[in-house]
Design a protein around this ligand. Structure first.
Ligand code: SF4
Ligand code: MG
Length: 273
């Protein structure tokens, strides 16, 4: 990362970070910082909220208003922060387990409300921090500490979930193309509603090792083979679609935003209470 970005946006006294060699968390964190820098947001106007997990450690390294909360509850905290100060650009950093298992309930309701929060999921297909247990996004048949003979659960499509729940900007990118992550975070921040960006990232220490996918570089090659743009995917015959990671803007919609509606109610009662 360019040194001026590190000096400006990181609490350098908290570095070095704890992430393993080959982990994708640094690349996604860099993309978030770069997107904020590209848009030109003031650091004081940004609040980064995270839950618990390897990716959620990012809030401790970044020099914005930051809140490192409890497991699965980042979106609940973020909702309160946004309601208390709607001018803040609230960004949630979360993992697949944090967001879709423990925090799954908060995810669907934040999307349903279309509250102006940008959520970035670091999806490494496993619980990294707690030792490699399978998560809601571990593909069926893959190995985790708690699924030594293969995961029998069907895995969630997080973008489908976010769309069904009501998010108004939904996209996916993989670590194979970090510039796409930057662009999508920019779009997510600009969308005045609930934005959901799924980044497919790497955990060589647990998901990679348990599923014989090699080190960080091997995992990027693995992502390269599977990553496909949405337009190209739509043209693929059905039999060639299995196992593909479809990236790009998946959905964009328009619905009233939650804090704007809430402000209107407060305005309508001014002077009467
Ligand atoms: Fe990254 Fe996995 Fe290591 Fe956590 S355990 S820091 S997700 S490589
Ligand atoms: Mg995870």
């Amino acid at each position: 990362m360019a040194s001026h970005l590190i000096e400006k946006y990181f609490r350098t006294e908290t570095l070095p970070h704890i992430w393993c060699p080959g982990c994708g968390n640094g690349t996604v964190t860099r993309a978030i910082v770069k997107a904020i820098d590209n848009i030109g947001l003031d650091q004081n106007d940004v609040c980064i909220v995270s839950g618990i997990g390897c990716s959620s450690r990012a809030s401790g390294y970044l020099d914005f208003n930051t809140v490192h909360t409890t497991h699965g509850r980042a979106l609940a905290f973020a909702t309160g922060i946004k309601l208390a100060n709607p001018k803040l650009n609230v960004i949630v950093i979360t993992g697949d387990g944090d967001c879709a298992a423990i925090g799954g309930n908060h995810l669907i309701h934040a999307a349903r409300r279309n509250i102006d929060i940008t959520t970035i999921v670091f999806n490494n297909n496993i619980y990294g921090m707690t030792g490699g247990q399978y998560s809601p996004t571990t593909p069926t048949g893959d190995i985790g500490t708690t699924a030594p003979f293969g995961n029998i659960d069907p895995n969630f499509d997080l973008c489908d979930l976010a769309i069904a729940a009501g998010a108004t900007y939904v996209s996916r990118a993989s670590l194979y193309n970090p510039n796409m992550i930057i662009k999508q975070v920019e779009e997510g921040i600009k969308n005045k509603g609930f934005s959901f960006i799924e980044t497919i990232t790497t955990c060589p220490t647990y998901y990679g090792r348990k599923n014989k996918k090699g080190d960080g570089v091997d995992m990027i090659k693995y992502l390269k083979e599977r990553t496909i743009n949405k337009t190209a995917y739509d043209k693929l015959p059905e039999e060639k679609r299995a196992g593909k990671i479809v990236v790009g803007e998946i959905y964009r919609g328009e619905r009233p935003e939650f804090t704007k509606q809430y402000e209107k109610i407060i305005e309508s009662f001014k002077g009467e209470i």
